[in-house]
Ligand binder design. Sequence first.
Ligand code: GLN
Length: 484
Amino acid sequence: MTDITNQSLSEIIDNIKTKRISSTDLTKAYIKNIESAKKLNAFVTTTFDQALDKAKQFDAKPNFDQLLPGIPLAVKDLFCTENTKTTAGSNILNNFIPTYESTVTKNLWDSGSFLLGKLNCDEFAMGSSNETSYFGNVINPVKDQLVPGGSSGGSSSALAADLTPATIGTDTGGSIRQPASFTGTVGLKPTYGLCSRWGIVAFASSLDQAGPMTKTIKDCSIMLEAMSGFDKKDSTSINKKKEQYSKNLKNNIKGLKIGIPKEYRVDNMPKEIDELWKKGKKILKDLGAQLIDISLPHTKYALPTYYIVAPAEASSNLARYDGVRYGYRSKKGKDLIEMYENTRSEGFGDEVKRRILIGTYVLSSGYYDAYYLKAQKVRNLIKKDFDDNFLKVDAILTPSTPSSAFKIGEKTNDPVSMYLNDIFTVPVNLAGLPALSLPAGLDKQGLPLGLQLIGKALDEQKILNIGYAFEKNCAFKNKIKKWW
Ligand code: GLN
């Protein structure tokens, strides 16, 4: 058999079901790849022995009716995994071993899969390049010296390098879609509340959402189906019937109305992004969709609004890391207050400290009304822009990012230029909507670029269907030559 690990998840599932490969051999193939890809630094922890045990158990008593039968999966190290270290990319959680399993990972395991390892990410998911991780930066398998995007950079790198058949990330402001776009893979941020947040290390609770990262749209629908669902342990979880996204995947998009917002451009945006957008519009039009020019006038306020709301919530969520209950504790300090201070100052990295400072400032008395409250109002206007337009269109097409993957170190000394990379992804988080990043083409240097499809709340099936039709007609194939 040709190398199984460069197949899509759905092809691998077929091979498992027809017994052309056992779960054990599949797992061994991934372990081999992971062991020879240390340069990418995609993994923080591996769980090979446990994975091989689970694979053996599956092979001894296979259940082929499950969504993910005998499939090994690596996941972002932001999901708590019972008895397996969960670091969130931070020194402060370097020794944290949860006694519980996140709902999303539990859903995946209940669908027949098992853990292969935990993937590197920006510290507390704060970043766009995976350079803020305590465990070092991750490398983009597309090309040495490039970032894999962030914060789910270990996830995008591992997926694109065939170190896991599919994976999951979290997206607070773009952390699934941007790394997917930088690595030529598919990434979906679901509607806020579709996937449980229980057991995910919190960054900004009103924005955080888990979602799949995969090689194909079909794989994305399988993963979403497995991981989503109501959870009474998350008070913001949506109580609705589970959807069968993979079974209902259709590629007929005739008559669908696709909105093209005039605001999704930035100064000095590479011409290639515009061309990619044009190519995307043409493909959808040729498939029978109707393109409609729309306006989302408050888009320009989305980035500043996000960089008030997200740090505000982060400063509150991260107050729990005090060295007392769990995680790292500094040995320095003569009293309790000094222990708190030293723990936080040694445990958190610079980007996390920056967010805590901004967040504390915008929530402080005297500034709360001018920043936090104002941002909440603007957030409503951004959501209303989408609501108004979704009366006229079925989905919205935009570029995923204003650039292709940038060089390691290129933006680390300029946080604002780093934040600007999120300009096309954050509005969706503020509005709580689902959005899919689709691999759509390459730039002049041969680096992948993505297009974003934004849907109405809970309309994941529709954007998956559009993505499915797009994928079949876009003639994009992610070819990564192994150099590591
Ligand atoms: N890059 C954004 C940030 O640093 C988004 C991160 C994310 O979605 N987790 O806040």
